[in-house]
Ligand binder design. Structure first.
Ligand code: FES
Ligand SMILES: [Fe+2]
Length: 393
């Protein structure tokens, strides 16, 4: 495992050479047209309701990496756009997801963000449930009365583990089929990364006063780098230069890092330039997956708030080769990824979040006007196009 990133990949090296041409010519991959959009997409409660039902209630989105609930009875609670959810590892190694609600009088069943337990036990009257959702015990049962316990199991939600991630459709009774949602090309690409062999070094969630699409838009955007991040990312990566592939729903694009610059004038021949690029993937509906040169990945996900179009929940996680597969000792391994994590956090908190909060504020102006995605904003155009398609169905 882990060799994928450094392996010489002919097709990828071709795409990297397309980047060199763009750097020489001051160009980038583009779409044929520009796209207009309105502020209501980020502020209208009716649009937000349609998104919750027609997007998150219908298609799979990533809610965790499998390594975050490694053992039987490990769980996480998640606030999805339609439901409060518990995901829990089963004894047979599978994963189940439930609405996080006690079937007695409806209390939130599990309050902790994550943990390990053999039973979910409700704080109100102490009914308890097995981790497979079965109603297990009813306190003072002789006084409560007789009823069909099976009818009052936890409500199950469709969930699937694939390519290392746990995917969920936020609607009871819906179908889930991650492979067909990804389509053959993206499914094959994801399989090639062996993400199931990595571990989630750390994840963190952020409750932000910003619409989820304003946030997602910023993380498919290679055009803002040097302007919004002049002293951080802007020093490392080129702005507005990508080799872009549109897979229909999902997309992938390479961006050159500045270490590639000597090859702008010199011919690299068939030397691998893999270390000089970042590869980004947009996974409809709400994730950006970054593949970085030194065998690690970053996943950014954005979920609408259940009621407020002006808020969202973002999660960031870093997926890295597990300690046992590296030459490092625990301290060095931890120090390395900890440093990486702190840099990411600083950029988010100091640069992206302030900008995006004020963007959201601007969208709320009563007379806010139409806006534009440029021909160069290919990732944004795919995201916008696909969201519109899902809402139209
Ligand atoms: S609401 Fe959960 S036991 Fe009563
Ligand atoms: Fe940014």
């Amino acid at each position: 495992m882990g060799g994928v990133v450094s392996e010489y990949d002919v097709e990828r090296e071709k795409r990297i050479r397309r980047l060199l041409t763009h750097l020489r010519d001051g160009t980038t991959d583009q779409f044929d047209g520009m796209v207009e959009f309105g502020p209501g997409e980020f502020t209208d409660p009716a649009v937000a309701k349609r998104e919750r039902d027609l997007i998150f209630g219908r298609v799979p989105s990533i809610v965790a990496h499998g390594s975050e609930i490694p053992e039987a009875n490990n769980f996480r609670t998640i606030r999805m756009p339609r439901n409060n959810v518990i995901i829990v590892r089963q004894r047979d190694g599978g994963v189940k997801a439930f609405v996080n609600q006690c079937r007695h009088r409806g209390a939130l069943l599990e309050e902790q963000p994550e943990g390990k337990c053999r039973l979910f036990s409700c704080g109100y009257h102490r009914w308890s449930y097995d981790t497979d959702g079965k109603l297990r015990t009813i306190t003072r049962e002789n006084t409560v009365g007789e009823f069909d316990h099976d009818k009052f199991r936890l409500i199950e939600l469709p969930v699937e583990e694939r390519h290392g991630f746990i995917w969920l459709v936020d609607k009871a009774g819906a179908e889930i089929d991650v492979a067909s949602w990804l389509g053959p090309e993206v499914d094959r690409i994801m399989a090639g990364y062996h993400l199931e062999d990595l571990v989630s070094f750390r994840w963190e969630g952020f409750d932000e006063p910003v619409n989820w699409k304003v946030m997602q838009d910023a993380f498919v955007d290679g055009y803002h780098i040097q302007y919004a991040h002049p002293n951080t990312a802007g020093k490392i990566i080129h702005t507005n230069v990508y080799a872009f592939e549109d897979f229909g729903r999902h997309a992938r694009w390479l961006a050159p890092r500045k270490t590639i610059d000597r090859w702008i004038d010199e011919d690299p021949g068939d030397e691998s330039l893999a270390r000089h690029v970042t590869e980004s993937h947009f996974l409809l509906p709400n994730s950006t997956l970054l593949r970085l040169p030194d065998d690690h990945f970053e996943l950014l996900t954005f979920r609408p708030h259940p009621r407020d179009p002006g808020r969202c929940w973002m999660e960031m996680r870093v997926l890295v080769p597990p300690l046992e597969t590296t030459p490092f000792d625990k301290e060095k391994w931890t120090r390395r990824w900890e440093k990486n994590w702190q840099i990411l956090l600083d950029v988010l908190h100091q640069e992206d979040f302030p900008l995006l909060r004020s963007s959201q504020e601007a969208m709320f102006s009563e007379d806010a006007g139409q806006m534009l995605y440029g021909r160069n904003e290919t990732g944004n155009q795919v995201f916008h196009r696909e969201v519109q398609k899902l809402l139209a169905q």
